[in-house]
Structures are given as structure tokens and as C-alpha cells.
Design a protein around this ligand. Structure first.
Ligand SMILES: Nc1ncnc2c1ncn2[C@@H]1O[C@H](COP(=O)(O)OP(=O)(O)OP(=O)(O)O)[C@@H](O)[C@H]1O
Ligand SMILES: [Mg+2]
Length: 482
């Protein structure tokens, strides 16, 4: 029986790296040919169509990204970029254009073996192409209909992007306000990726104490610091083969961002208190509800780490940007509660109208919580007049704060903070998110202003601004959300 040997083309003018890669590929059963320039590489493609192209980005006669335009997508050749500087803009652009993966030089044989293993797992599924297609489509429908809900055009675009990026190895940066579904999207990308049988590990970078975060991420050896009474495996080790979800990544201490970047670039790390390099095989999905560019300007996020994470940015729309989905989501949550309690409660058309006209600063999370409370408090029908009498007028009010020229910046800060707190119904976490500051900063400011100031500012807000209030149900106290 004839044996099929997969073929690789290596386009790189670095002879040492090319020879090493050729040897590693030979061990994986690949034949390979080396080209030292773009021109030579394109000639080789014409001579023998490869299954894989490993291509250096910076070649003497141009950028390796030219292969993306020169190769017919129907040929299904996978392009893997080679780069010694993975954070440079061109690498980011090339990945966006459709590279299967990239490898940092010098190439680690573990990374290469993992890549080949993933390719083989695609190939074996492809032998039954129809079945694979059917399974994949079913899986997609399930995720989009049963988990991430929404039919609006912005959500359709989001689904399309998730489908495209999920099976690749690209890092994804999820941007969106609190409660828009970033974690849900991260889980979906993992579930639709080739890593889905391996762990999905979420790490809230804002919630771990700065003293512990390094040991949580990289692990530590027994005795490496006071209290380290046993060896501890960090997130990188525990997520091996899977996906690490770095939530609130901008909250990560800046010194740790340097270390994280190093790990992402080299694919290797060390536990605290150890000299032994451990190789990592994790895909990174990061998320933030802040504007990364503002965070970079404010020295909170390193530019080089941002470039490394921002290979494929995905913006999750706020609920008010997809008003069409509000009713669908509200109805879905109501159905969930009805099923769980064997009831048949319904939403009145007027209540739907109120839900549609509210601006939902806490997005889908706020809508779900609201529906749950409305469900509990209603008998058979959730009526609009169950909402506080003032709410329905206030929800359409303009979100403005009148500040006379001549006000000091410190005063503007103070007014804005209290007005935002007011807008968020006193929920400090939400107010901090809206203001784009950390919860800790918000607490510090409130402490600085003191109780008297708070009272004064509150009075001013009530008099000078027309600020929408969160939806409230009568007699319901949501201060526990603080
Ligand atoms: N499109 C959606 N369809 C169904 N449920 C959703 C959707 N978006 C969010 N949710 C639900 O809303 C809640 C909040 O979602 P999630 O935790 O993913 O938000 P987030 O953007 O990570 O928020 P935060 O920035 O506060 O961490 C979860 O219960 C989630 O299941
Ligand atoms: Mg989250």
C-alpha cells in the first residue's frame, strides 16, 4: 500500500533554525524543503504543493505574509509563521489574515509536536468530512442558541467571528462592559476549539491578592516563601493543553505583566523557587471591561503585552446596542424560571416596553437578575406598574450632569463619581466599571470625600442632574450587590 508522507515548505533565510525545524519535522514524518527567500518559496509551492508552510515574517525580499495572498484557499495549505519577535505589529496583522499558528524562534520541539498533534486531530476528523461538518454545525447551533443568546445583527457578526477564531490558536482579547457575556464567549471559544477536551481555566486577575498572584499563575516550590509548605502547580500547568482565561487582565500588577509576556513569547516558565524551565501549551483568552488604550496611556497595561494579547480582538456589544435582543433574553430567562418552578408566568406588553426603553448599565447580568426578582414578586403577570412609579419616566431621561464652567477638576471628579453611583443604584462594583477605575480606587475616593461630602454631593446630584435610576421593584433592596 503506498504511504502518504505529508510535505512541509520552510521559508527562512536563517540556516540554523531551518535545519533544526527540518529535523524536527522529519521525526514527525514530514518531508520538507527549505527556501531562503520569498521568490524561492513561491517557486517551491509551484513545484510541489506543501501541506504546511513555515514562513519567517522578515525575509530579504519582503514579508512572509505575501503567502496569504499568493495561495489559493481551496488548496487548504496551512501557514505557520516563524518570528523572533512575536509582539511586532506585522505578526499581529499576519495572524489576523489567517495564519494557522506562529512559532517563536528558537523553535521548541514540544510546541512543534503539539502543533502537529493538533493538525493530525483535524486530519483524522476530516477523513469523514461530512460527519465533521454536521457535528460542527450542530455544535455551533447549540452554543449560539442554548448559551449565547441574541439574534441582532451585531450578535450575528460576533457568532461569525467566534466560529472563525475558535479553531485557531490565536490569542483573543474580549472587550466589553460588565455583564455583556465575556466569560460566556470565552467558554464558547474554548468549547469550539480543538482544545475542548482539556481544561478551561478562568483566572480573575483583579480578585487575587497581588502577593499571591504570581504563585497562583506560575506555581511555587515547597519552601520558596513563608507559608509555601508544599509544591503548588500554577494556572499555566493546570491549564496545560487547554485554555487560560485571564479575566480583568488590566488589573494584573505591571511587574507580573512583564513575566506573563515572557512566558507567552518563550512558551516556558518557572515555578517560584525553581530553576527548572517548564514548557507551556495553553491558549490565552484575555478580557477587560476597560479601554485598553486608556489603560496603556495611564501606565496600567504594558503596550507589548497588549499587542501580544490583542491578536484577535472581539468586542461584545452592550445590551443597549442590541435593543432587539432585550425581549428575547427577558423571555428566555422567564421561561427558565417557569420551567424550574412549573409555573406559567408572563410578561405584559407594557412591561416589555419598559424593559426595552431602559439602558441596562449592568447588561445581560442585570436583566437576568431583574427578571428573577420580577418573577418572584409577580403572581401571574409581570406588569409595568410593578416598577417604581418614578422609574418609567426616569428611564428615558437624559444621562447628563450639568457642570458649570469654572468648576475645579477635583470637584468634577467628585460630582461624576457620586452621579455614577446614583446611576448604578449604589452598586459600587458597577459604578467602578462604568467610571473605568478599580473598585479599590472608588473606595479610596469615597473614603477621601467622607460621609458629609457624600451627603452634600448626593444632594447636588438630585438637584442638578437628570439621571436615570436602575429599575427597581417596590420594597426591593439591592444594596447587597455592593
Ligand atoms: N448573550 C447572552 N446570552 C445568555 N446569557 C448571557 C449572555 N450574555 C451574558 N449572559 C449571562 O449574563 C451573566 C453575565 O455574563 P458574564 O459573566 O459572561 O459577563 P462578563 O462580561 O464576564 O461580566 P464581568 O465583566 O462583570 O465579569 C451570566 O449569567 C451569563 O450567562
Ligand atoms: Mg467576567
Amino acid at each position: 500500500m503506498p504511504t502518504f508522507m505529508p510535505h512541509a515548505l520552510i521559508v527562512d533565510n536563517d540556516p540554523v533554525s531551518s535545519a533544526a525545524l527540518r529535523d524536527m519535522l522529519a521525526l514527525q514524518g514530514y518531508s520538507s524543503v527549505i527556501a531562503t527567500s520569498l521568490k524561492h518559496g513561491l517557486q517551491q509551492v509551484a513545484l510541489q504543493k506543501p501541506d504546511l508552510i513555515f514562513c519567517e515574517l522578515c525575509l530579504p525580499d519582503g514579508s512572509g505574509s505575501i503567502f496569504f495572498q499568493s495561495i489559493d484557499p481551496a488548496d487548504a495549505i496551512k501557514i505557520i509563521l516563524l518570528t523572533a519577535q512575536p509582539s511586532i505589529e506585522s505578526a499581529v496583522e499576519a495572524l489576523r489574515s489567517g495564519a494557522y499558528d506562529y512559532l517563536t524562534k528558537p523553535i521548541s520541539d514540544k510546541r512543534l509536536n503539539n502543533l502537529v498533534a493538533r493538525l493530525n486531530s483535524i486530519e483524522s476528523k476530516m477523513t469523514s468530512l461530512d460527519l465533521f461538518e454536521v457535528e460542527h454545525t450542530l455544535q455551533r447551533q447549540q452554543y449560539h442558541s442554548a448559551k449565547i443568546l441574541g439574534n441582532s445583527a451585531v450578535m450575528q457578526t460576533l457568532y461569525h467571528h467566534i466560529d472563525r477564531v475558535a479553531p485557531t490558536e490565536a490569542s483573543v482579547l474580549l472587550l466589553g462592559e460588565s455583564g455583556t457575556g465575556k466569560e460566556l464567549v470565552a467558554q464558547t471559544i474554548h468549547a469550539q476549539s480543538l482544545r475542548h477536551k482539556h481544561p478551561f481555566l478562568p483566572v480573575n486577575c483583579g480578585a487575587i491578592s497581588p502577593q499571591l498572584i504570581e504563585s497562583e499563575i506560575f506555581g511555587h516550590e515547597k519552601g520558596s516563601f513563608t507559608g509555601a509548605d508544599r509544591q503548588h502547580k500554577g494556572y499555566f500547568e493546570r491549564a496545560s493543553g487547554g485554555t487560560l482565561f485571564l479575566d480583568e487582565v488590566i488589573e494584573m500588577p505591571i511587574e507580573l505583566q512583564v513575566k506573563l509576556l515572557r512566558v507567552l513569547e518563550t512558551g516556558a516558565f518557572m515555578r517560584i523557587g525553581s530553576n527548572q524551565q517548564l514548557e507551556t501549551d495553553v491558549r490565552i483568552i484575555a478580557a477587560t471591561n476597560r479601554d485598553p488604550e486608556v489603560a496603556i496611556a495611564g501606565g496600567k497595561l504594558r503596550l507589548d503585552l497588549y499587542h501580544r494579547l490583542n491578536v484577535f480582538p472581539l468586542k461584545i456589544p452592550a445590551l443597549r446596542e442590541r435593543v432587539k435582543d432585550i425581549e428575547l433574553l427577558a423571555q428566555y430567562f422567564l421561561d427558565e424560571f417557569n420551567t424550574a418552578h412549573a409555573t406559567k408566568k408572563i410578561l405584559s406588553p407594557k412591561a416589555c416596553a419598559v424593559l426595552n426603553s431602559y439602558h441596562w448599565p449592568g447588561n445581560v447580568r442585570e436583566l437576568r437578575n431583574f427578571m428573577q426578582r420580577a418573577y418572584i414578586l409577580s403572581d401571574q403577570v409581570i406588569e409595568a406598574d410593578m416598577l417604581e412609579p418614578s422609574t418609567s419616566q426616569q428611564i428615558t431621561s437624559a444621562l447628563t450632569l450639568a457642570i458649570p464652567v469654572g468648576t475645579s477638576l477635583a470637584d468634577v471628579d467628585r460630582k461624576l463619581i457620586f452621579a455614577t453611583l446614583e446611576l448604578c443604584g449604589g452598586v459600587k462594583k458597577r459604578a467602578a466599571d462604568v467610571l473605568g477605575i478599580s473598585l479599590k480606587t472608588l473606595y479610596n475616593r469615597l473614603e477621601e470625600y467622607g460621609p458629609h461630602e457624600k451627603f452634600r454631593a448626593h444632594g447636588e446630584n438630585m438637584a442638578n442632574s437628570a439621571i436615570a435610576k436602575p429599575l427597581r421593584l417596590p420594597g426591593y433592596d439591592n444594596s447587597f450587590l455592593n
